[in-house]
Design a protein around this ligand. Sequence first.
Ligand SMILES: *Cc1c(COP(=O)(O)O)cnc(C)c1O
Length: 401
Amino acid sequence: MSRDKNPLLDPKRHGPATQMVHGGGKRSPFNETSEAIFLNSGYSYPSSEHAELLFQNKLPGAHNYSRFANPTVDMFQDRMALIEGAEAGRAFASGMAAVTNAVMSQVRAGDHIVAAQALFGGCRYVVEDYAPRFGVESTLVDGRDPENFARAMRPNTKLVFIETPTNPTLELVDIKAVADIAHAHGAKLIVDNVFSTALYQKPLQLGADLVTYSATKHIDGQGRVLGGIVLGSKALIEGDIHTFLRQTGATLSAFNAWVLLKGLETYELRIRQMTDSAEKVAAALAGHPKVNRVIYPHHPSHPQYELAKRQMLRGSTLLSIDVGSQEAAFTLSDSLAVILISNNLGDAKSLITHPRTTTHARLTEDVRLETGVTPGLLRLSVGLESPDDLIADLLYGLDQV
Ligand SMILES: *Cc1c(COP(=O)(O)O)cnc(C)c1O
């Protein structure tokens, strides 16, 4: 048998679609085809000496408690590490658990964080409200100009946190420029990569130290479970990140890890299709008399189009439009037949949300306008429906405005 010598056994040599079907897979002695769900909290050992070695960390890859290691969760982490080009990853119960862990495991009282001001609500809360309670100050800057990060850096800055493209205005942050600024000051860069997906933007290659995902979004992609993951170097992941997960316990359940593994099998196919459709929808709405502005990173009208072409392989499954007023935005949303009103994203179902009155309602109007959340802004997460149906739905809704 020559299978063992086949160089194509190395998953790093596979294309992304193959990696997402097979990567990280481990079979139990039953040789099941689909990945098994290990719904067990503990593990038993063949001998006391085995247990002793395990607790001395002398048996790499062995399991002793599912709070910090479980075979189904391992498979999910390994598959994600493969697509990200990361040395390692750790999964969490939600995207926010992943972000909180990534941030809080890197700082201590007296440190300082610099972050872009346009952040997902929960992420902004962790940096702006939560970290300062423990003596970690933060400065939020307009992320579109890297110079703003350079100006905000202090001798005690340990961390820079960004999201690009941002929610919901799809502004970009230049990952490479910000990574260089962070590193010049001895700080680490964390990138929340949800909006561009692991397929179409590679923050680690651009200099980021850690990448986070809400797996709830495109990775599940079918509106079923919550999950999150942090990816990076072996040193960071097996050190700070693993220790924080192990001791604070925001663990991803084996069942959810299994659902996410099934989601990843169709990840490449879904993201490609959804991105194709998002491009078509953006093109169809650009220039419509009732649409003041279409925001889509790979549309030539995007103010950072050059950067979008440089750092994003494709233009995201999300787009935003401004229809002028909250009344127009509500009328449009309320007239739709196929697209659902929901604040989730990355789903097989197309979803539309009015950020000002939902995801960004907690912020003051000043902060909202500062980050581009105008009364007429709608964010659209493009799903897997026929793109012609989505365009017809939106054109009908616009006719009602
Ligand atoms: C959804 C989301 C999160 C939080 O993830 P949850 O799984 O909902 O906890 C963080 N960042 C971004 C950009 C998101 O879209």
